[in-house]
Design a protein around this ligand. Structure first.
Ligand code: ATR
Length: 278
């Protein structure tokens, strides 16, 4: 019998994880199957119990369940606990244990794209939501500490930094303040929803003072290239979209379930095709 895996969310029909994860099982010759499960918030607890009852070995968690699921699990990894969100659940000795591979997936994608040591680089993160928290806490957990945080709502950024369990030595800024000193940043990480389809003309920060040696990363992949990334390219900066983050969070989840790390370039190709072959 195939080992059963999946992803829970609401909505879930458009998730690209099933195609990507099933391809990973096929590529590695592992007898597994990954299915999307539409679970509404009011059914989450029953859903989590049901997944155990039918013998699911592990699953991903997406919007809107990443935080709500935490008290329903038997254990949560410390980094996921600090982030306050679980995107990967593993059945370990018949217990559900929660992890967060979003931050680690992002940092792995960043290291691959940037190709220089991240430690001691001056980083700016724009945004202070769940994605920013996963990235900020994971970077600081890997000794990348020089991180300034800019957000429309300053209080949320202050709270994020205050609750960070790892040493960090950056400032909290308004987006305008960050734009006013943009030349000092080696790496700029855009984590807000600004620029995402359908509002593709929106840009979260003014790039007039961008250092052309900077690396600009946007976690959005729909559109494939946000207006921010287009502007950064025009200013000769290197850029990266959110596709690799998505692929790596999936590959790291797959590794937790099976012990095998899949070929991420194949997975990336599959997701790229699903997005319309761009
Ligand atoms: P996610 O979990 O994807 O990070 P989130 O927790 O809702 O989503 O966070 C959204 C982020 O996008 C926040 O930083 C939010 O800014 P606020 O904290 O000020 O709300 C930011 N954001 C969303 N829409 C925005 C907009 N129109 N202008 C500026 N920032 C925006």
């Amino acid at each position: 019998m195939k080992n059963l895996f999946g992803v829970i969310g609401d909505p879930i029909a458009h998730s690209m994880s099933p195609a990507m994860q099933n391809a990973a099982f096929n590529m590695l010759g592992i007898d597994g199957c990954y299915h999307p499960f539409h679970i509404k918030p009011q059914d989450l607890e029953a859903g989590v119990r049901g997944m155990k009852a039918i013998g699911v070995q592990g699953f991903n968690v997406t919007i809107p369940h990443k935080t709500a699921i935490i008290p329903m699990l038997d254990g949560v990894d410390p980094l996921a606990q600090a982030i306050g969100a679980v995107n990967t659940v593993v059945r370990e000795k018949d217990q559900w244990i929660g992890y967060n591979t979003d931050g680690k997936g992002y940092v792995r994608a960043l290291r691959e794209g940037y190709q220089e040591a991240l430690e001691n680089k001056q980083v700016l993160i724009i945004g202070a939501g769940g994605a920013a928290r996963a990235i900020y806490y994971t970077l600081t957990s890997e000794q990348v500490t020089r991180i300034d945080l800019a957000n429309r709502t300053l209080e949320k950024a202050k709270e994020l930094v205050k609750r960070c369990p790892f040493p960090s030595d950056g400032a909290v800024l308004t987006v305008e303040e960050a734009a006013g000193q943009l030349e000092k940043y080696d790496i700029i990480i855009q984590t807000t929803s600004v620029g995402m389809a359908p509002n593709t003309e929106a840009v979260p920060i003014d790039l007039s003072r961008l250092n052309p040696k900077a690396f600009v990363s946007d976690i959005i992949y729909n559109p494939f290239e946000t207006k921010l990334l287009k502007q950064a390219k025009q200013r000769r900066a290197r850029t990266q979209n959110g596709l690799k983050m998505f692929v790596y969070q999936g590959a790291l989840a797959f590794e937790k379930w099976t012990g095998a790390f899949p070929d991420t370039s194949k997975m990336e190709e599959i997701v790229r095709n699903q997005l319309g072959g761009k």
